[in-house]
Design a protein around this ligand. Structure first.
Ligand SMILES: [Zn+2]
Length: 336
């Protein structure tokens, strides 16, 4: 068990640890790779990575938020894993029903169905009602935020306020078998670089803008201050633990909430990821050994548990962005 003494007496800022449970089939679809039906059931994200996350979170006293795809929760084996997460005190939130990249380009009825079907599947699987949503591929477009409002959810977490959207789309195209990213411009958001780097009430018609009234609580994935590089585990594993530790210290000094995102594949053995972990880029993104991946996640959790106040996203929202209303209802309190 790591020591818990803090290096500063100042009130520690909150840290929201979030895990996108994109199963391997979902990651493969993002990159245009096919998946067999049996592979959808025996997914290493649910059967290896999720238990490993639960063990590490317990060790470091962290309660986290898992964003799960509705279709996965229809499988009893995966549903049982999600129940374990809830029983351990974690939150399960909505990551759409089919994990379709480019959600915001669909007709509004289809976006509503993606959210409501996932709600039903996750409720059935866990016995709890999800209150948060993250769209696949960080698509924080107006159509998505408006649908989150119609669904009456408490918060959205789709925003990735980075300058690097075009570069990240190019990486996706390079990894994609078909040479093009699945979601076009919606992938990694449109205009997201203009959004605040900290939680805010988003205008559903212009999600990058803080709302004057009737906004939706938005929890943007953390990006670095100057260059707005995405500060999540996939990038951290490429840029290394020294960069990650330095950036964690910068967030601690800044004192704003850290919203740190991990993915299921971050704790999967490269062998279980087969051809995803091949090629120069695939090896860098997915191909590290499981011990190296686990050690990286430990480094982050050890620092966060000492220097921040880890919190589930739903608890942060209740404590800091109390919502008496979603879009269309008057009298929404605004962030101070
Ligand atoms: Zn995803």
């Amino acid at each position: 068990m790591p020591a818990r003494c803090r290096t500063s007496d100042a009130q520690p800022p909150p840290a929201l640890i979030q895990v996108d449970l994109d199963a391997v089939w979902a990651v493969r679809e993002v990159y245009g790779l096919s998946t067999s039906e049996p592979d959808r059931k025996t997914d290493p994200v649910y059967h290896d990575a999720l238990p490993a996350f639960l063990d590490l979170f317990e060790e470091y006293g962290v309660r986290a938020t898992f964003f799960a795809v509705g279709m996965d929760a229809e499988d009893e084996g995966k549903a049982a894993r999600l129940r374990q997460a809830v029983e351990a005190g974690h939150e399960v939130a909505n990551h759409s029903y089919t994990h379709q990249i480019g959600l915001g380009a669909l007709p509004s009825d289809d976006i509503d169905a993606e959210i409501s079907q996932a709600q039903q599947c996750l409720e059935r699987a866990t016995g709890t009602t999800p209150v948060g949503f993250r769209s696949p591929g960080y698509d924080a477009s107006p159509a998505v935020l408006q649908a989150v409002g119609r669904a009456g959810l408490l918060y959205d977490a789709s925003m990735l306020p980075t300058y690097l959207g075009p570069a990240l789309r190019a990486v996706s195209r390079k990894l994609s078998q078909h040479g093009k990213a699945g979601g076009g411009r919606g992938h990694y958001g449109q205009g997201s670089w203009r959004a605040p780097r900290h939680p805010y009430f988003a205008d559903p018609d212009r999600p990058w803008k803080p709302a004057v009234e009737n906004g939706i609580p938005e929890l943007p994935v953390s990006v670095t201050r100057r260059f707005r590089a995405p500060f999540h585990a996939s990038v951290g594993m490429v840029l290394g633990t020294t960069w990650t530790a330095r950036t964690l210290r910068a967030f601690r000094r800044e004192g704003t909430p850290l919203i740190y995102l991990l993915h299921g594949v971050d704790l999967c053995s490269p062998r279980s990821l087969t051809d995803l972990a091949k090629g120069r880029l695939g090896r860098r993104l997915f191909g590290r050994g499981i011990e190296e991946k686990r050690s990286f996640v430990r480094t982050v959790l050890e620092y966060v548990s000492k220097e921040f106040e880890p919190s589930r996203s739903v608890d942060y929202i209740h404590a800091n962005m109390p919502v008496c209303c979603s879009v269309g209802r008057a009298g929404m309190p605004q962030a101070g």
